[in-house]
Write a protein that binds this ligand. Structure first.
Ligand code: 5MM
Length: 330
């Protein structure tokens, strides 16, 4: 399958992406928060429960995996085989995390060394798309131009290697919601970040039809004390993306970034209600798809069925939101 077709399928109507690519450190934090031991078996059991829920293939087009997961098997089947059977694209997180940017308090995402060889291996393991996340924090004088340019350059080099390996790069520049800034500051910073990211992707000769963008929504800082109004979030998010993204990009799959499950669904729904452009807006949520399912599992590690029902319900709500069809009290 050509990468342009994979990219289109990842954002096809009513479907979105499950981000299940928590590194072991992050997954350990998530499991420990609900008093579950983080070991290889538990990480696989929870993820396998989600990946085999009754309705997953109605709502989920692709799943981003972590290196550990793409190598795991359940009942003799690899995770990629399990996903392929359900017409869900397996994806792989290939960055090695946000590390200290020399000479600053900010971060640069690393992982380019040896990436070409790793992509070849992931392709052979069954991955059809990849993900790389760059992180920008808003603060006094932050993010710096150095941080914006360095991360955009790395995203572009990553995207070029992924396309060379016949896979779709998900480009994830995440402006964090941490801080007391207002929504307009988030708009300005995200605009600068997207502009530079697109600029670097262009310089690297990226085929924009074979890319999915995974940005943050435009929100008030989480410690600003200001409640987000969905209509304003949607208006500014749409404006920011439409002003910066080339029309060839088939779709945008938002990260949830620490929003509650409810807010992430509500805001996505409003974005789609207000969208007049040809861009497709869907979800690539981690926490906003998994939180309730994880809390449910922690109550009874043997009750996989209830976990799956809870996960299907969240996926369904976000599927409806990706069409602007979600109704608040459903
Ligand atoms: C699922 O978490 C991803 C990996 O995080 P670490 O590398 O820090 O372990 C993360 O990149 C995720 O894909 C995005 O942030 C979207 O997840 P949220 O929870 O923000 O929707």
């Amino acid at each position: 399958m050509k990468i342009n077709d994979i990219a289109k399928s990842l954002v096809s109507k009513g479907k979105g992406i499950l981000a299940a690519d928590e590194s072991t450190g992050t997954m350990t934090k998530r499991l420990n928060a609900v008093n579950v031991e983080s070991n290889e078996k538990n990480r696989l059991t929870f993820r396998h429960a989600l990946f085999t829920s009754k309705d997953i293939n109605k709502y989920i087009s692709g799943i981003i995996l972590f290196d550990e997961t793409i190598r795991q098997k359940k009942n003799e089947e690899t995770i990629c085989e399990i996903l392929n059977k359900q017409n869900i694209f397996p994806g792989i997180k290939v960055d090695k995390g946000a590390k200290k940017l020399a000479g600053s308090k900010e971060t640069i995402t690393e992982g380019l060394d040896g990436l070409r060889e790793r992509m070849e291996e992931y392709f052979n393991l069954g991955a059809k798309f990849a993900k790389w996340r760059a992180v920008y924090k808003i603060g006094d004088e932050l993010p710096s131009q150095n941080c914006i340019v360095a991360n955009a350059h790395a995203l572009a080099r990553y995207a070029a290697i992924v396309q060379e390996a016949n896979m779709v790069p998900i480009v994830e520049p995440e402006v964090l919601m941490d801080g007391d800034h207002n929504i307009h500051k988030c708009y300005d910073v995200t605009s600068n970040v997207l502009e530079e990211t697109v600029n670097q992707l262009q310089i690297a000769g990226i085929n924009f039809s074979g890319v999915v963008l995974k940005p943050n929504m435009i929100l008030n800082g989480s410690s600003s004390g200001v409640k987000n109004e969905s209509k304003q979030v949607a208006e500014l998010t749409l404006k920011c993306i439409q002003n910066n993204l080339p029309p060839e990009v088939p779709g945008v799959a938002f990260l949830s970034g620490g929003q509650s499950e409810f807010e992430a669904t509500k805001n996505l729904n409003q974005i789609n209600k207000q969208n007049k452009s040809s861009f497709i807006f869907t979800f690539s949520y981690g926490r906003a798809l998994q939180q309730s399912a994880l809390k449910t599992w922690a109550k009874d590690l043997n009750d996989i069925e209830t976990v799956q029902t809870v996960f299907d319900e969240r996926s369904k709500m976000n599927s409806l939101a990706s069409k602007g069809d979600w109704i608040e009290d459903l």
